[in-house]
Design a protein around this ligand. Structure first.
Ligand code: HEC
Ligand code: HEC
Ligand code: HEC
Ligand code: HEC
Ligand code: HEC
Length: 498
């Protein structure tokens, strides 16, 4: 066989040529790759370019935006409205009314400010104006404590604390002992002010400084209610397997308070920053705002904390006297942090930010999306990083959970309304107060549970089985109440059964 008969590519000259071509192509590819990498590197450098000096008094997010334009742009987009089947507040004009959607709530909240105005939540950009404008504020007196979760007040608290005589200066680090003393003194003082006076001290919705350390951009918590609440939780004996740093702190000597800014892992902080506000709380005229976590995060543990609590004036704890029945009842508020803690995602160390602030890529840069909103609007970034199912399948799984929760919640609300009607009738019939007391207790329990799931904003998704358990208990307590009323001898003196 001669060389000529070799296949074309096997001839030495051709081979040499091919090697050269391949080498050249490889070089070009390498060069291209290199220039791409170095471009990306410089892009990546740009992201941390320091254009302005940020400090403990820089409240305006636009200033932070000069150094971090991408995060700032997405943060501004929280002003965009949307709706999903159960999420969002609608895409135009005023937010949708939860009272119009579900008129039973007017009966359940009768006699309380929530019966006059209660809307769907919307984006962070609106938190301050929606609070200033709600009829719950314009038609009822409210304390300055309301602002704890509706404004950037890290600096306002410290300034007020200094006026109260707290030590040090404003530019000391937030976590320094002086910084903390200023924060807590100011929080106490502002919480007691009238809403109108306190509102004049703040200008922005939640801002960069409330979640980030200006020196190094590390995530931090700054809200006094959370700092105290999470310490109370740490001091309880309830297991919190989803927060390993608390379990670890409990094994130590406990001489210093549990401090999330020192003790929590980065992954825990990615939920704790949200737990500063998306939680059940008490905020009324008698005592400073607090998070009721002293016995744990579950619905009955929070109830136990309230049941054991007496106000400084000696009264037992209740949010209001029900307008139709007179029962002293409780109101639940957005317990997302608590409900999430009972679900499989928390247990698997999946944080709020994993779903609600997913990473997004811009060139080589990976940033956290600060347009905090429903994850169902971008399933690929929010869920498919972990779940390898098609988008339609993932959405369908969420919808099944939410539809089931809604159906059970409808039954539970019907049961509570039926109990309220029956109680109202019993009062009309002149049933005596002593006989009514145990039924009031059942109304309080049933109503608290329905409201816990209804006020939680994921329609069961954050912990599906827990939501179902709570609703089943609500139905049971409400029906027990009705049975107890039937068992009472009628006030007219007629015998039962007549
Ligand atoms: C595994 C993903 C996941 C995690 C983790 C998670 N959420 Fe959610 N969240 C969802 C989904 C899905 C919904 C339902 C959205 C809808 O109905 O459009 C939701 C709904 C919400 C809503 C209502 C959103 C709306 O559009 O109205 C809020 C508020 C919320 N979550 C806060 C939190 C907080 C706070 C945490 C952490 C304590 C958290 N979530 C953890 C997936 C998650
Ligand atoms: C300073 C308190 C505060 C913090 C911190 C906070 N939120 Fe909110 N969040 C609110 C308030 C208040 C609203 C409702 C605003 C309104 O309706 O005007 C809200 C609304 C939302 C909504 C509804 C958005 C929409 O457009 O309907 C989601 C989702 C949400 N928050 C998730 C989170 C997550 C996740 C975190 C943590 C990364 C977080 N929030 C941190 C107070 C807070
Ligand atoms: C512990 C944090 C916290 C405190 C304190 C707080 N809020 Fe909110 N508020 C939130 C969060 C989170 C949302 C968004 C979730 C939701 O709407 O359920 C919200 C939503 C709202 C909304 C919009 C939805 C609605 O309910 O109509 C109004 C209005 C509001 N709050 C008023 C108030 C008033 C008035 C007070 C004082 C009595 C108060 N808030 C105290 C965290 C808080
Ligand atoms: C409600 C809390 C919250 C607010 C408000 C907030 N951030 Fe963040 N930010 C986070 C979380 C959570 C992360 C993810 C941190 C992590 O994974 O360690 C983050 C990450 C970042 C990072 C690190 C890079 C990245 O994108 O992951 C930068 C830079 C940043 N934020 C800038 C800002 C700026 C600028 C603002 C104000 C315009 C702001 N943030 C407001 C919670 C917040
Ligand atoms: C960081 C990873 C991660 C992300 C992001 C994530 N999940 Fe999950 N998800 C898990 C893990 C882990 C489990 C537990 C089951 C398992 O181990 O596969 C789980 C379980 C579930 C389940 C079963 C729930 C149950 O109670 O049994 C559903 C439904 C689900 N995820 C939906 C979602 C949706 C929708 C999103 C986006 C909004 C999402 N997940 C985002 C990790 C994740």
């Amino acid at each position: 066989m001669t060389d000529d008969r070799k296949p074309f590519y096997a001839r030495p000259l051709v081979q040499m040529g091919m090697v050269a071509v391949v080498a050249a192509a490889a070089t070009l590819a390498l060069l291209a790759l290199y220039s791409n990498i170095s471009m990306r590197k410089s892009e990546a450098k740009q992201r941390s370019m320091k254009l302005v000096e940020l400090g403990e008094t820089t409240v305006d997010p636009a200033e932070w935006g000069k150094n971090f334009p991408r995060e700032y742009d997405s943060y501004l987009r929280t002003a965009e409205g949307y709706s999903t089947k159960y999420g969002g507040a609608g895409s135009e004009g005023l937010p949708l009314s939860r009272l119009q959607e579900d008129p039973r709530l007017r009966t359940i909240f009768d006699g309380y400010a929530f019966a006059i105005d209660f809307n769907r939540r919307r984006g962070h950009a609106y938190m301050l104006e929606d609070q200033r404008e709600t009829k719950r504020v314009t038609e009822r007196p409210q304390p300055g404590a309301c602002l704890h979760c509706h404004a950037s007040n890290t600096v306002a608290y410290r300034e007020a604390g200094l006026k109260q005589g707290a030590p040090g200066t404003l530019d000391e680090p937030f976590t320094s002992p002086n910084g903390q003393a200023q924060l807590m003194a100011g929080f106490e003082a502002i919480s007691k002010m009238s809403y109108a006076d306190a509102s004049r001290l703040v200008k922005h919705s939640v801002a960069c400084i409330d979640c980030h350390d200006p020196r190094n951009m590390q995530v931090r918590v700054t809200k006094p209610g959370f700092i105290r609440g999470i310490d109370a939780l740490a001091r309880s004996s309830q297991p919190v397997p989803h927060l390993p740093s608390i379990e670890k702190w409990r094994k130590g000597d406990r001489s210093a308070a549990y401090d999330p800014n020192r003790d929590a892992s980065r992954q825990e902080m990615r939920s704790m920053v949200c737990g500063q506000c998306h939680v059940e709380y008490y905020c009324g005229p008698k005592v400073t705002l607090f998070f009721p976590w002293h016995n744990g995060l579950k619905v009955e543990q929070i109830e136990a904390t309230y049941d054991a609590y007496t106000f400084p004036d000696g009264d037992r704890f209740y949010d209001w006297s029900h307008g139709r029945t007179g029962a002293e009842v409780l109101k639940a508020q957005h317990p997302e942090f608590e409900m999430w803690s009972q679900g499989i995602h928390a247990r698997s160390a999946v944080a709020c930010a994993d779903c609600h602030m997913p990473y997004m890529r811009e060139g080589a840069i990976k940033i956290s999306d600060h347009q905090v909103r429903s994850p169902l609007l971008d399933v690929s970034r929010s869920c498919q990083t972990c779940h390898r199912f098609p988008e339609a399948e993932i959405k369908a799984r969420v919808e099944i959970i939410q539809d089931r929760t809604k159906a059970l919640m409808d039954r539970a609300e019907d049961a509570v309304v039926a109990l309220i009607d029956a109680l109202q009738q019993a009062r009309k019939d002149g049933m005596n107060e002593v006989a009514l007391q145990p039924v009031f207790a059942l109304q309080r329990k049933a109503q608290w549970r329905v409201d816990f799931v209804n006020a939680e904003n994921s329609m069961g998704f954050h912990a599906p089985q827990e939501a179902a358990r709570i609703l089943a208990e609500a139905i049971d307590y409400a029906r027990q109440g009705q049975l107890a009323l039937r068992a009472q001898p009628p006030a007219t003196g007629a015998k039962p059964g007549n």
